[in-house]
Each structure stands twice: as structure tokens, then as C-alpha cells.
Design a protein around this ligand. Structure first.
Ligand code: PMP
Length: 444
């Protein structure tokens, strides 16, 4: 298995040479919040799969729903009017779930990148249907992450996910991230940073012409870019500017949608109603590749009232609503609500954040600590005053030593990211902190 892994498996976002320098992380089983690797080592999964296994690895109701649906109907398409029953039930449940966000219609996909792509395409189509075909440009944030498809890559705010695929969509405008630790505004005041980004947005709108801009896409808490938590005024200000200029607001909630930040959605955390929302990941607890785009009445009605629009949306996938995914999502939603995991994410998240801040006092290596709910990160630095990112081998050492100490964390650049299942206990949070403490000590 180890040889074939090295020889035949093309690993996303991992260089073969780097992987050969470290023991392979081959996971064979999982239970609760723990995974077991091929060597039989049991570790607490503080990555939560990939921000998605919110209910842990033994969520029996979701497993059962998948098994039962496979027996009942393993596949039927949602295409040109055909559909399947679990999907209709799911769209009803999602409308209930996202009512406070003002989102009532769902379009289904097989993952986050598909959901983002659907939002971008819908945004352009919405303006065309509304008689504003020139509104084609997108606005996004530096450090934002929106997946791997060409539209998503075009709005991504990290050059590593862009430059190898150019030319991308023309006319994408990137605003600075609402990042207190590092920003071009010479301040650490979140409200000032939010206002400054608002002024830049207004300036771009004046320069480009509002009638050329389709949508702004943002993550309510930026995830893969290093867990950047905006000031509470940021998203409301973005909403207000979008409204004033007829620009749609797309909330990319592939990570934040089902309780991870301590609120049921990231948009609700900031009191904002987006026009569209991309979701995926935790919608099936990671057990089935699935996603949903949630659509507001305003956007849906523009399509439905216009006879010239190409159906609700001019695209669809073979898996625009897999019945097994729908059954998995229905069971996940029920269990997510029953266990009230958002409240646990808020409480355990505060403990984790406080513990990480205590580690910062102890370890010079930690330059910054950030988090909201169970989305947390530490940024490793080689020099605190200069805020210069730690060397790659130091970051890897922290990762490996933390793993040896019994906890899987994720690294991204100089960031160590923690996004454990939302069912973690206070004891699990201590386990994460103790292992990380050992990992940081080993890398010193
Ligand atoms: N948007 C965001 C905010 C994400 O975090 C991700 C994945 N990490 C995506 C989109 C893409 O999702 P997927 O990997 O399921 O295609």
C-alpha cells in the first residue's frame, strides 16, 4: 500500500518529494473524533476530515440513511424536470434551515467548487435575465479561497491557486482581506480596516462602473487563507455597498454553513442576508460528496418571472441532486440540530482560542492566534517583530511532532489550522492543546 501510494496516487496539493521525506498519513478507520492510521496509531483529528466531519466518524444515523437509500434508489437524476423524493424533502428542510438567511431555493451539486461555480454563473445569468448583460465582473478578497474550477480560481485570492491556470476570468477585482495582523492600512483596528476596505470597494465601483459588476463573493470567516475573522462591521458594510449599487452578494459558506463558527451560518454570525450561498462539506458530514447552492427569493423570482431565461438555471450536473447524498444530508441536518453542535462549537471554540493564546505566551514561534468557533489558526513566525513567516521545515516539524503527540492538525503556508469535529469535548480541546504544545516545543 505504501509503495503504491508513492507510485500511483496523485495527491492534491502535496509534492511527491516532500511526501517522501515524511511518513505517509494513510488513514484506515475512524471513530468519534479519532482516526487510526496504517501503523495502527490513533490520533485526534483536529482537522475534522477537511472542515467537514462535523459530527465525527461514528455518526450512525447518517451511515444508516446512506445504506437505506442505496437499497431504495441508488441514483436518479435531477434534469429537465425529473427528480427524486429525498431531494425534494431536503430542499424543504434546507428552506427551513436557511429561512433566517432569507434563502428559500436550493440547487444541488457534488461539492464546494461546483457550488461556487454555480453561484458565479447564476450571478451573471441573473443580471442578463434582468436586462443588465454588462454586469459580468466579480469582486473578491485577497486570501479568499473559492475552490478549483476556473471561475473559483479566478476569484481566489492566493496566487498559488491562480497563476498556473491563467488566463482566468477577466475583470476580477480583489480587495484586501479584513486582516488585523497584516494589512496595507497601518492599523490593527478591525473597524478601521473594514471601513478602509469599504472605501476601496466604492472607489473600484466608481472606476469600473457599477453596471459592469455582477457580484461580490466572500467567506464570512476566511478559511483556507488562514482563518481570518473580519470585524463585525465588515460584512454588513459590504452588504450595504452591494445593495446601493445593484451588486449581488455571494456568501461562500462551504466551511461555515452548518455551525462551525458557533452560529448556524457565517452570514447569521454577522447579521447579513446574502443573495446566494454556496454550501458543501459538512452538509453530509463528509460521508458523501454533495453540495447545495441556496438562493434568495429575489434571485429566484427574477428567473421564474422571466420567460426568456433558460429554465431556472442554464446548467446542471449528472449529480445535481444525488438521492444518496440527499438522504445523507437529511440525516446530517437532523443530527446536527439534535446535538446543537453550533452551541458546542462556540463554547469549545472559546476554550481552544484561550488555550492557543496561552501557548503564544510560551512559544516565540507563534506570531498570531485567530479563531471563531471551531475554526482556529496559529500563524508561525521566525521573527515576531517583523511578522516574517516561519520556514517550511519548521511548520512541517510542528505538524509531525503534534501528530506524534496524538493530534492531526493542518498546515497551510505558515499557518497551523484547527477545525475539529463540532462534537469535541472540553477534554478533547485540552488534548489538542497539549499535543500542539509538544509539537511547538519540538520545533524550537
Ligand atoms: N469554498 C470554500 C470557502 C472552501 O473552503 C472550499 C474547500 N476548502 C471550496 C470552496 C471548494 O470546495 P471543494 O474542495 O469541496 O471543491
Amino acid at each position: 500500500i505504501i509503495e503504491n501510494n508513492a507510485r500511483h496516487l496523485w495527491h492534491p496539493m502535496a509534492h511527491p518529494a516532500e511526501m517522501q521525506a515524511h511518513p505517509p498519513r494513510i488513514v484506515n478507520s475512524g471513530e468519534g473524533v479519532e482516526i487510526v492510521d496504517i501503523q495502527g496509531k490513533k490520533v485526534l483529528d483536529a482537522v475534522g476530515g477537511l472542515w467537514n466531519v462535523n459530527l465525527g466518524y461514528s455518526c450512525e444515523p447518517v451511515k444508516k440513511a446512506i445504506r437505506d437509500q442505496l437499497d431504495e434508489l441508488p441514483y436518479y437524476s435531477t434534469f429537465r424536470g425529473t427528480t427524486n423524493s429525498p431531494l425534494i424533502e431536503l430542499s424543504y428542510e434546507l428552506a427551513e434551515w436557511f429561512k433566517p438567511d432569507g434563502l428559500s431555493r436550493s440547487f444541488f451539486t457534488s461539492g464546494g467548487s461546483d457550488s461556487v461555480e454555480t453561484c458565479l454563473r447564476l450571478a451573471r445569468q441573473y443580471h442578463k435575465v434582468n436586462g443588465q448583460p454588462e454586469r459580468t465582473k466579480f469582486v473578491a478578497l485577497k486570501k479568499g479561497y473559492h475552490g478549483t474550477h476556473f471561475g473559483g480560481a479566478s476569484v481566489n485570492g492566493n496566487q498559488n491557486f491562480r497563476r498556473n491556470y491563467e488566463p482566468l476570468l477577466p475583470g476580477v477585482i480583489h480587495l484586501p482581506a479584513p486582516f488585523t495582523y497584516r494589512n496595507p492600512f497601518n492599523t490593527t483596528d478591525g473597524a478601521e480596516i473594514a471601513a478602509a476596505i469599504g472605501r476601496l470597494f466604492e472607489d473600484e465601483i466608481a472606476f469600473q462602473g457599477a453596471d459592469t459588476i455582477a457580484a461580490l463573493i466572500v467567506e464570512p470567516v476566511l478559511g483556507a487563507g488562514g482563518v481570518i475573522v473580519p470585524h463585525e462591521t465588515f460584512l454588513p458594510l459590504m452588504r450595504e455597498i452591494c445593495d446601493r449599487h445593484g451588486i449581488l452578494l455571494i456568501a461562500d459558506e462551504v466551511i461555515t454553513a452548518f455551525g462551525r463558527t458557533g452560529a448556524w451560518t457565517g452570514s447569521r454570525l454577522w447579521g447579513v442576508k446574502p443573495d446566494m450561498m454556496s454550501t458543501a462539506k459538512a452538509i453530509t458530514n463528509g460521508y458523501f460528496p454533495f453540495g447545495a447552492v441556496m438562493i434568495s427569493d429575489k434571485v429566484a423570482e427574477a428567473f421564474e418571472s422571466n420567460k426568456n431565461s433558460v429554465g431556472n438555471i442554464g446548467h446542471g450536473y449528472t449529480y445535481s441532486g444525488h438521492p444518496v447524498g440527499a438522504a445523507a444530508a437529511l440525516a446530517t441536518l437532523k443530527e446536527t440540530r439534535k446535538l446543537d453542535v453550533a452551541a458546542n462549537a462556540a463554547a469549545r471554540g472559546e476554550e481552544l482560542l484561550a488555550g492557543l493564546k496561552a501557548l503564544q505566551n510560551k512559544h516565540e514561534l507563534i506570531g498570531d492566534v485567530r479563531g471563531k468557533g471551531l475554526m482556529c489558526a496559529i500563524e508561525l513566525v521566525s521573527d515576531r517583530a517583523k511578522k516574517s513567516g516561519a520556514a517550511k521545515d519548521v511548520v512541517q516539524k510542528v505538524h509531525d511532532a503534534t501528530y506524534e503527540a496524538g493530534v492531526m492538525v493542518r498546515t497551510s503556508g505558515a499557518n497551523v489550522i484547527m477545525s475539529p469535529p463540532l462534537i469535541v469535548t472540553a477534554g478533547d480541546v485540552q488534548t489538542i492543546l497539549t499535543a500542539l504544545d509538544a509539537g511547538l516545543a519540538a520545533a524550537r
